[in-house]
Design a protein around this ligand. Sequence first.
Ligand SMILES: [Zn+2]
Length: 280
Amino acid sequence: MTLSAYGKYGSAARKLGDAVKSGIVSHAYIIEGDSNIDKMGFARAFLQALTCREMPGEGCGKCVNCRKIADGNHEDLYVVEPDDTTAAKSGTVSIKDAAVEDLQVRLKEKPTAGEHNMAVISGGDTMTTRAQTRFLKTLEEPPEGTVIMILSENSEELLPTINSRCVNIRLYDALGEDRTEGAEEAEKILRMIMDKAYFADIRSELDNAVRSRQDAYMLLDGLESLIGSIVRGNEELSLEPDQARVSTELIEEARRDIKLGAGYNYRIRSLVLRLGEAVE
Ligand SMILES: [Zn+2]
């Protein structure tokens, strides 16, 4: 599947496609999503979009780079996966420290086929603390052209220092049920913000809607996806492009702060205040 097919996982596919087209690809991403989300498929589609010779930003599925990435034999793509043999020792299937070290060595070599050295670490949250600490070095000083994707079910299992050096992309089943809840709540809140409702009223709405960190993430996903939908002209609400861009940045900032340990209640309230200023 090419990148746009992953629009079923929310706005991430479009955002990353745009990043390739405008040449602002980050050197490291955390791709987070539940176990039912095909994070590896998404990562491959993104790397195809990144290296495709025919349709940059989307991937044609046919050129030599697209095919090699799909077939798993691209010479500049390194995939690290949890190793079954670790289960006997530690009781869980996790990534071996040696595999991470090996990857770090390989990423220092120059890419042979194109401009990018690419790495996908599947089950990234099973890296030991020791391996994560070592890997930080690569994230801090990535060789030019490096693109690393850490796939994770729960990025809170990754060290805050890893989180803070990666762009965090959350995938969710945009067509599934749990999504509807976040979307409805997001619309209610955004409408109140745009209508300049009293903060006390918004706050009591938030207290109802957001009772856990999970709720907070869901609201943030809902807001981000709603803003994307507004920009594409699919909603009756409207925003200037600049307002939409700033709002999306504020939402991403809030998500990152919560992941790094900020209180979700406080952080969501402060986001609402800032969104109010952004859409004025
Ligand atoms: Zn291609």
